[in-house]
Design a protein around this ligand. Structure first.
Ligand code: NAD
Length: 501
């Protein structure tokens, strides 16, 4: 067996739920197969959670919330635990990255970067809760008001399969930092790295019941759906497809739950003729193909000013052809295997659609030497019309659409011409145009002359079909807490008198 067909050392015998401090099977004993994306052979079984498992997990989380001590601990005490979690994640980053890469098909070097970011997510929210200040107002001689910030209760966290461990940490960090208890429902395609959370949390001293996890599917009657519909879960943080977001929105409506949704994208990278062309080509290649193109903020629609269009397409296609496709475990690999055969079929079907809609200039099939597994060549289509499906729909793989434009107005119209609005990348040396364009583009985030870098203090989220609400920095603290206004009378009591004889 090669390195890519043998599971990494230290994986559990089976993936179980973790409820009230115990690893447990599903109450009905149901399990499902998890596949290795390089071979598509099952390599481990995972427990498939249903309503009864979610009920047990929510009960454990509710007990830990109601009885404490976590929600009432001092922020500095909670921060100490979060910093320990970060230290442990950092110290286990190679092991973690090996599992993530094996399970999801991510190139190993990129999986290591994601593990480091996961540690940072805990450290960041540890700092933030210690430094947290809240508003206080006074009306001289009459009244003072202050904000009493409180954790909300049991947070339901539902995550996707792309960069699973990092995205779980992005929700777990602020949810527990603010004193809530949680039930995590990891993505069914990639449950392996999440199986490390219980050990990490126990070692860091997180009290029993604060973290609970139920594995399995999302659909009606399964774990995800049951978590959304549980009456004792007042808030749901969800990352995944826009369509799933709509379903969750409807299912949470009867309880008016707090919702935060980070959804799909089809983000434009707009390259003007006055841009630094080399920097723009390098960054857009990275933005489209890193993380196997399975990146919500991927710049998967590249809009290029017509005077540099031919040169850009030629350079971009040539560079896409040099992106190294390889095994996830190979440190020289830049694009590896897509997560699952179902997703591979979906991406390949878009490649075939693209061939009928536009001009194929790079890739377009399975790379040589990879006869099995979910490998796709970095694929580039040029001359893509705005009504093409590959322009409008999220493919979520290493497939890019390039479209020319001839004026700023046309570039903006094309950039805004999808239902999504997650990110936009703008390449120009004209500062005024850069600012005007970024203010008019319909997206939650804009990167100017930059690839996708994150500052954890900034709001993260999308507009239109790309999301609801923002997380990141203080926005996460706001989402995971209640802000109660307390009014104190400091002067005379001026009671309006009603009905006195
Ligand atoms: P998905 O919507 O299929 O699944 C996401 C999670 O939701 C999984 O855990 C799944 O089991 C669960 N789920 C499915 N149906 C559910 C239901 N009815 N009720 C409750 N839970 C349910 O998404 P995916 O295919 O795992 O992930 C890829 C998608 O995620 C892409 O669209 C991508 O753009 C998006 N994404 C967005 C961001 C962002 O920050 N905006 C980040 C990463 C991924």
């Amino acid at each position: 067996m090669t390195q890519s067909t043998t599971p990494p050392a230290g994986i559990p015998e089976k993936i179980r739920h973790y409820i009230g401090g115990q690893f447990v099977d599903s109450i009905d004993g149901d399990e499902f197969d998890v596949l290795n994306p390089v071979t598509n052979e099952p390599y481990i079984k995972a427990a498939s959670g249903k309503k009864a498992d979610i009920e047990a997990a929510v009960a454990a989380a509710k007990q830990a919330f109601d009885e404490g001590p976590w929600p009432t601990m001092l922020p500095r005490e909670r921060a100490r635990v979060l910093n320990k979690i970060a230290d442990i994640v950092e110290s286990r980053k190679d092991e973690l990255a090996a599992m993530e890469s094996f399970d999801s098909g991510l190139p190993i070097t990129q999986a290591k970067g994601q593990a480091a970011r996961a540690a940072e997510n805990f450290r960041f929210f540890a700092d933030l809760i210690v430094a947290q200040v809240d508003d206080a107002f006074k009306v001289p001689g009459r009244q003072a008001n202050y904000v009493n910030r409180k954790p909300i209760g049991v947070a339901g966290l539902i995550t996707p399969w792309n960069t699973p461990f990092m995205l779980e940490s992005w929700k777990l960090g602020p949810a527990i930092a603010t004193g809530n208890t949680v039930v995590l429902k990891p993505a069914e395609f990639t449950p392996l790295s999440a199986s490390l959370w219980p050990g990490i949390f126990e070692e860091a001293g997180l009290p029993t019941g604060v973290f609970n996890m139920v594995n399995g599917f999302g659909e009606e009657g399964f774990a995800g759906d049951s978590l959304v519909k549980h009456p004792d879960v007042p808030l749901i943080s969800f990352t995944g497809e826009s369509k799933t977001g709509q379903t969750i929105f409807a299912n949470a409506a009867p309880w008016l739950k707090g919702l935060s949704m980070e959804l799909g994208g089809k983000s434009p990278a707009v390259v003007f003729a006055d841009a630094d062309l080399e920097a723009a080509v390098n960054a857009t290649i990275f933005g489209s193909f890193s993380l196997n193109g399975e990146r919500c903020t991927a710049g998967s629609r590249i809009l290029v000013e017509d005077s540099i269009y031919d040169e850009f397409v030629e350079r971009y296609a040539a560079q896409a052809g040099r992106v190294k496709v390889g095994l996830p475990s190979d440190p020289t690999t830049e694009v590896a295997a897509l997560v699952h055969p179902e997703h591979y079929e979906k991406v390949m079907s878009y490649v075939e659609v693209g061939k009928t809609e536009a001009r194929l200039v790079a890739g377009g099939g399975r790379p040589e030497g990879f006869e099995t597994g979910n490998f796709v060549q970095p694929t580039v289509f040029a001359d893509v019309k705005p009504d093409a499906r590959i322009f409008q729909e999220e493919i979520f793989g290493p497939v890019v659409a390039i479209t020319p434009f001839s004026s700023d107005e046309e570039a903006l119209e094309l950039a805004n011409n999808t239902k999504y609005g997650l990110a936009a990348y703008i390449w120009t040396s004209d500062l005024k145009r850069a600012h005007n364009f970024s203010q008019a583009v319909e997206s939650g985030m804009v990167w100017l002359n930059s690839n996708n870098v994150r500052d954890l203090r900034t709001p993260f989220g999308g507009v239109k079909a790309s999301g609801l609400g923002h997380e990141g920095g203080y926005r996460s603290i706001d989402f995971y807490t209640e802000q109660q206004s307390v009014h104190i009378n400091l002067g005379e009591v001026h009671n309006p008198v009603f009905g006195k004889q």
